[in-house]
Design a protein around this ligand. Structure first.
Ligand code: AMP
Length: 304
């Protein structure tokens, strides 16, 4: 089954304490769609300018990512620049140029409207709702968000939440959204605002998953070298949504738990190189191998 993904497509400039690279492919939808494509065909929705490399469209075609829904308009592609501190977690946005993204209206091609699985990657919640308004009857809706929307578009976000099956956000965003210090209280409170499931990402400390009466905690892969954390969250969301679309039937807590592990596996590969470079060479065998390492990490034999 395919997954419809809407979000930003960007050209990023990223600085870490040891390296800096400019004009890299980025954006929430770019990371999420490549992450999802390891498990399911993707229908991508976004906007780019006339400076956007044609080679990316060729790459998407090779990777079962249908880019019919990507509008190419005259002007410059959205640009974002960020700088990481030594912990490779704290990040400061250096500049944002919305360019063609400023007037983006995600109007779906007719053929996209019956897609069963939807990932509303990080964009303004009003645009995320606009996508849902055009869908026939999606079976499962995943949404990502960020601190900016919690601070500047709270009413739109509150209106979106009851329409979402799984909300993905990071720990500081969960605390900001709920004004709770405990992530357990925050996860439960967000569920009450609408989403059946909530996944809270904790960066290098793994992720938490909340269901009605269920809870799952997933550790993080013990990576030694992190080159660029950009897009880890988007890749996690893409991996989760892609895996859920590939499993048969309506997702239950057991499949969501596996999806959290697959999302974590993909995010752990993504940060090994700048931009989407690691995901471009990644194979399904490498994903399965690391999935088994995750499983072994969480297994515990009390006789040992
Ligand atoms: P993450 O590291 O998961 O937070 O995602 C980083 C990506 O988000 C970068 O590739 C940026 O191009 C993109 N991005 C930054 N700001 C925004 C924004 N306001 N809306 C949508 N995407 C953004």
């Amino acid at each position: 089954m395919s997954v419809l993904i809407v979000g930003s497509i960007a050209l990023d400039t990223v600085k870490t304490p040891v390296e800096e690279h400019a004009d890299l492919l980025g954006g929430s939808a770019s990371y999420a769609s490549l992450g999802a494509s390891f498990f399911s065909p993707v229908k991508l929705v976004g906007i780019v300018g006339d400076d956007f490399p044609e080679s990316e469209f060729d790459f998407w075609k090779e990777r079962q990512i249908d880019a019919t829904g990507v509008q190419r308009v005259s002007g410059k592609t959205f640009r974002w620049s960020g700088e990481y501190a030594w912990d490779m977690n704290t990040r400061e946005t250096r500049s944002v140029a919305l360019n063609v993204f400023e007037h983006f209206r995600p109007d779906l091609p007719e053929a996209y409207r019956e897609t069963d699985f939807v990932l509303l990657a990080n964009i303004a919640p009003a645009l995320q709702s606009h996508v849902l308004d055009q869908m026939k009857e999606p079976r499962f809706v995943v949404a990502d968000t960020m601190d900016l929307w919690i601070e500047t578009a709270r009413a739109d976000l509150d209106a979106l939440l009851p329409r979402v099956d799984l909300l993905i956000l990071n720990d500081s965003e969960a605390r900001e959204l709920t004004k709770e210090t405990s992530l357990i209280k925050a996860g439960r409170k967000i569920r009450k605002a609408g989403p059946k499931y909530v996944a809270i990402k904790k960066g290098e400390h793994g992720a938490l998953l909340f269901g009605e009466n269920e809870f799952f905690s997933c550790g993080a892969y013990p990576l030694e070298d992190i080159h660029d954390p950009t897009g880890a969250g988007d890749t996690f969301a893409g991996g989760m949504a892609g895996y859920l679309a590939s499993a048969s039937g309506k997702p239950d807590f057991a499949s969501l738990r596996r999806a959290v592990i697959y999302g974590s596996v993909l995010a752990s590969f993504n940060v090994e190189a700048f931009s989407l470079e690691r995901l471009r060479t990644l194979t399904i065998e490498e994903i399965r191998e690391r999935y088994d390492v995750f499983r072994a990490m969480s297994a515990f034999d009390e006789r040992a």
